[in-house]
Design a protein around this ligand. Structure first.
Ligand code: GLC
Length: 587
């Protein structure tokens, strides 16, 4: 139940965030890589779409092993993307349109080329040694030999999570690639350096942070300095989750960050944490406003339901009932306090229309259905670049098309282990590689889709001839225009912003249905997750005053009594005005 008076609701309850992955957004200088001046050229597009906040994936100085999620200088811009002046120009242009700017904050790890790591690695007695996780090999084993790593943890990018450093005879921890050593947050000097850097960005005019894997910062370290092995579920390595996710001090660190960084600015900024492996209970602690740690969290359960037992690259079909149970649990769990970040897509996920929709015959219908369902949940919706055009997966068919470090390491490890054929590996990549989301934004039908005049760093999707922004901006029936409507609805409708959420028809295998309610007004939202006609029984007939708020078919759906018939991938939202307009029934 929402007990907050409307006036006191934070600004982001009526906001929509747009994520830019700069490398793939717009190139301005012909080097084939998107940049800040490229984004500047597209500010009008963002304003037309109507978004309130832009989240920029990392543009800091970086050797780009993980496309910028490996930062070598937090207070400078990588020359690939431009300069600090370019960023100031972009921020000013966005602010002029009332659009806030949120930076990615990647502080679980740095690049191995960061000065801090260079110093840390230089000698065992370096004053910065303890800024990272250095450990000797297992007792009784030859350091550097397979199995001698300090724990059995596998890295999230395949292979072991420890790298042996011959010069000093110890290992360092990297939960991601070996080029991304984990910072040691136990060390107060590390935390102070990060807080200082964050203040510097806020002083520069930034409006918030998207905090990369922020729930990995506290490791479960024992008094003797050792870290626990993890269970071996599949493959040769142990799962590091228990020792690294939502560790014992994570809330303490985030609360310290509040005190040290935000001061009087807390209400104006947006803080969203990326928190893999987080349960509803943890999510509540992170996003409870009274605790002030984060405003909302990105959780992963709803994008893991099509994953098989062997992990991310192991696929199985989605059962819609699981999706409803999962998202419904998050809606209920974070209803009274806390808040959800709502997303289907980002730079790490395959495109939703290719994943939970139909990117062939019903591309437009399924993309708009998925958008309707997501945006009308309680929470803050995130749109990932190109999602508003229903861009599809890349449909790459050869290994050499892929660029992403996670994908390439998966290929290398799978071939090494020899348990999958090349065709199986390619099929997994085609379904789930992060490169699916990273092909350039399709601006128009020209060569390279208007993204660059040079050679794009990753292939442009061939379907840009028909799927592109230019065509959709001019077409009233386009996915782009539909997203504009949804964003306007978020801005204008208090029920969408703050209404309670109730899941309906949880057992229906094809229809996603829920209601939102505020002060007696109800919004019914229905989405058909199939390419066939489906019927939904709402359990109550709609009144004469009921009106269609939004729908993705031109002709209205058939409603007879309580029965609504939905066409393939149809979505609609119906407002049922309350018996009492003055709020007699709620809250
Ligand atoms: C997050 C980012 C991802 C990156 C990883 C390591 O999951 O979203 O792109 O590879 O953290 O920084």
């Amino acid at each position: 139940m929402n007990t907050e008076p409307h006036a006191a609701a934070p600004w982001w309850t009526s906001a929509v965030v747009y994520q830019i992955y700069p490398r793939s957004f717009q190139d301005s200088d012909g080097d084939g890589i998107g940049d800040l001046r490229g984004i500047l050229q597209r500010v009008d597009y963002l304003a037309e779409l109507g978004v309130d906040v832009v989240w920029l994936s990392p543009v800091y100085r970086s050797p780009q092993h993980d496309n910028g999620y490996d930062i070598s200088d937090y207070q400078d811009i990588d020359p690939l993307f431009g300069t600090l002046d370019d960023l100031d120009l972009l921020t000013a242009a966005l602010h002029e349109h009332g659009i806030k700017v949120v930076m990615d904050l990647v502080v679980n790890h740095t690049s191995h080329e960061h000065q801090w790591f260079a110093e840390s690695r230089s000698a065992k007695d370096s004053p910065r040694r303890d800024w990272y996780w250095w450990r000797p090999g297992r007792g009784g084993m030859e350091p550097g030999a397979p199995g001698a790593e300090p724990t059995n943890w596998g890295s999230l990018f395949s292979g072991p999570a420890w790298e042996y450093d011959e010069a000093t005879g110890e290992y360092y921890l990297h939960l991601f690639s070996r080029e991304q050593p984990d910072l040691n947050w136990e060390n107060p000097a590390v935390r102070q350096a990060i807080y200082g850097m964050m203040r510097w960005w806020l002083d520069r005019g930034i409006d918030g942070f998207r905090m990369d894997v922020i729930n990995f910062i506290s490791k479960d370290v024992r008094a003797d300095g050792s870290l626990p092995d993890g269970p071996v579920v599949s493959g040769p390595y142990g799962d590091p989750a228990q020792g690294t996710i939502n560790g014992p001090r994570v809330h303490e660190f985030l609360q310290e960050m509040q005190r040290e960084v935000f001061g009087g600015r807390r209400d104006a900024v947006l803080l969203v944490g990326e928190t893999p492996g987080t349960t509803v209970e943890d999510g509540l602690l992170f996003s409870d406003r009274r605790r002030g740690e984060l405003d909302m969290v990105f959780t992963f359960e709803h994008v893991s339901l099509d994953q098989g037992p062997a992990g991310k690259f192991d696929r199985k079909p989605l059962d819609l009932r699981d999706l409803k149970a999962t998202l419904g649990r998050w809606q209920t769990g974070l209803a009274d306090v806390g808040w959800n970040a709502l997303y289907w897509d980002n730079h790490d996920q395959p495109r939703i229309v290719s994943r939970y929709g139909d990117d062939g015959r019903y591309r437009v219908e399924s993309a708009t259905m998925l958008a309707t369902v997501l945006h009308l949940h309680r929470g803050t919706p995130y749109v990932y670049q190109g999602e508003e055009l229903a861009m599809t997966n890349a449909h790459f068919t050869s290994f050499d098309a892929y660029r992403d470090i996670e994908s390439l390491r998966f290929v290398a490890q799978s071939r090494e282990l020899g348990h999958l054929t090349d065709d199986q590996i390619l099929a997994s990549l085609a379904a789930v590689s992060r490169d699916n989301a990273r092909t350039p934004v399709q601006w128009d039908s020209s060569a390279n889709a208007g993204f660059t005049t040079g050679k794009p760093w990753i292939a442009v999707n061939l379907n840009h001839a028909t799927i592109n922004a230019q065509g959709q901006r001019a077409d009233r029936g386009s996915v782009f225009q539909y997203y504009r409507q949804l964003i306007m609805l978020r801005h204008s409708d208090p029920v969408v912003q703050l209404g309670d959420f109730t899941m309906l028809l949880p057992e229906h295998p094809h229809i996603y249905a829920f209601s939102r309610s505020l002060n007696g007004t109800k919004l019914f939202v229905l989405g058909n997750f199939s390419g066939h006609d489906q019927k939904a029984d709402l359990g109550q007939s709609l009144s004469d005053g009921a009106e269609l708020v939004i729908g993705n078919y031109r002709a209205p759906a058939s409603i007879v009594g309580a029965i609504i018939s939905l066409r393939p991938w149809e979505a609609l939202a119906i407002r049922e005005p309350g018996r009492t307009r003055s709020g007699g029934t709620r809250p």
